[in-house]
Design a protein around this ligand. Structure first.
Ligand SMILES: [Zn+2]
Length: 265
């Protein structure tokens, strides 16, 4: 098949940029051994996590519920000992928010919404959620996404340059790398979600929680979503965490690996 002229002209430039990015900035994801492209400095990621979390604590209502807080501190402490987050300054905060959601930021900052406890039910369910969210941090998924965006932007800029359309305006999209808000993104790729499921199951197992409870948790999420499917704007956690048979079946495939860790814990 004959390539169109435009692609042929921009292709070498794009390949050059992408190759430099891949050679200079690949790193390995702990546990899964997957190679990823990541331009971000882990210290810089942690610093962004600290400032984002500080902002969230100032803007969102923090729960004073003693029992929810003690559960989150208890589970968080156990998990924090087995989750290798770079430059961690662990902090677990319960936010007053009825949407069933939780998140983790680089640097070990974890937020749990009061609305998620109806689904997590017990310590193991909560450990599954926190383990999954922190797995995104351990695997540095935000930095990976930012780096992928930067590469895509550079390729587009390269195409523009090659096409000679925007002449002197061929600036590389460095803004994509510096956007602190992106570090708080919960929009991960499907592959990243499955990777976080697998790593999260390992973390909860090492902390002494039965990893099979992670499968039960996702089933409960699925049931909750079915029961609450009306109303348009669904909670972010659910919109970014597809709950289908494939997810559950992949997680079940990881169980022997996680159960071996559970027996050792
Ligand atoms: Zn996720």
């Amino acid at each position: 098949m004959k390539l169109p002229a435009v692609s042929a002209r921009f292709f070498p430039f794009a390949v050059l940029i992408a190759s430099i990015a891949f050679v200079a900035c690949t790193t390995t994801v702990p546990e899964t051994g997957r190679r990823q492209v990541n331009f971000m400095d882990p210290r810089e990621e942690a610093a962004l996590g600290f400032s984002e979390f500080k902002k969230m604590k100032a803007e969102k209502a923090i729960s004073k519920d003693a029992s929810l807080n003690s559960q989150v501190q208890r589970v968080g402490l156990r998990l924090s000992k087995v989750m290798p987050v770079p430059n961690a300054e662990w902090e677990f905060v319960v936010f007053e928010d009825s949407s069933p959601n939780a998140f983790a930021l680089p640097g070990g900052k974890v937020g749990v919404h009061t609305g998620i406890f109806q689904i997590t039910k017990d310590d193991a369910g909560l450990a599954a959620v926190i383990g999954h969210e922190v797995a995104h941090v351990v695997a540095r998924h935000s930095g990976e996404r930012m780096s992928q965006n930067a590469v895509a932007g550079a390729v587009v800029a390269g195409a523009g340059y090659a096409l000679n359309r925007d002449g002197g305006n061929g600036a590389l999209p460095t803004a994509a790398l510096g956007a602190g808000a992106l570090i708080a993104t919960r929009s991960f790729s499907r592959g990243q979600e499955l990777e976080a499921d697998r790593m999260g199951a390992l973390f909860m197992a090492r902390a002494g929680y039965d990893p099979k409870e992670s499968v039960e948790l996702w089933k409960r999420f699925g049931a909750w979503r079915t029961a609450n499917s009306q109303g348009g704007s669904g909670p972010q956690f659910l919109s970014t965490h597809p709950l289908d048979e494939r997810r559950i079946s992949e997680l079940q495939q990881y169980m022997p690996e996680a159960l071996a860790e559970y027996k050792r814990s």
